[in-house]
Design a protein around this ligand. Structure first.
Ligand code: 5GP
Length: 189
């Protein structure tokens, strides 16, 4: 998606270890107009897919997910990263975080993810696909159906995209980065 790629080139910053910092328009300060354009692009790319619910992980996925949910008129659920003591009936999975180098728990209430749901997962980044794997686990535990996964930015030099597509999942990424070597951002054509 041209507008996102241009913004990444203008405002994105490379950090050591293949990390892209997009704190001024996605991960800290957010640009709602770009968020809306990106959500519209997801709606186009998943047109014809029967979706009943948008699922994401707190916190960075919430903004794009709610935009997609708003445009489609669908509920948005975010997986929580710690198990609230007040919630029962939780589905729980473990995720290894590439940026934080530690494992954390994600959980969703069974009240909000059930066998009748057809789920579109939306998140900011796809790297090694660990968050994606955790989501697949939660959706399977719920007996729901995963109909697709949409990412704002995919880093194709990490293995998540390959792994999810080989598993037969409909994956859409709005900007695919082939390399961040030498702090130069190279997109897939
Ligand atoms: P994965 O689970 O696919 O290995 O990594 C995706 C998650 O890690 C995303 O939800 C995102 O929060 C974080 N992440 C992975 N790579 C990057 C990156 O280059 N930049 C930022 N800002 N977050 C990343």
């Amino acid at each position: 998606m041209k507008a996102l790629k241009e913004r990444i080139l203008n405002d994105g910053r490379c950090l050591p270890g293949g990390v892209l910092k997009v704190d001024n328009f996605i991960n800290h300060q957010m640009d709602p107009l770009l968020m809306k354009l990106m959500a519209e692009e997801f709606v186009r790319r998943f047109a014809g897919t029967n979706i009943t619910k948008i699922l994401t992980v707190e916190a960075s996925g919430i903004a794009p997910a709610i935009m997609v949910g708003y445009l489609l008129g669908l509920p948005v659920v975010f997986a929580k990263k710690s198990k609230p003591s007040t919630m029962e009936n939780m589905l729980v999975s473990e995720v290894f975080s590439f940026t934080k180098n530690r494992t954390y728990t994600i959980c969703v209430s069974k009240d909000f993810l059930s066998p009748c749901d057809k789920v579109l997962f939306v998140d900011d980044f796809l790297a090694n696909g660990n968050a994606g794997k955790g989501i697949i686990d939660l959706v399977q535990q719920a007996g729901a159906e995963l109909v697709g996964m949409g990412f704002l930015i995919e880093k194709s030099f990490q293995k998540g995209g390959e792994m999810l597509r080989e598993a037969g999942i409909h994956v859409e990424s709005l900007a695919i980065i082939d390399s961040l070597d030498d702090c130069s951002i190279k997109f897939k054509e």
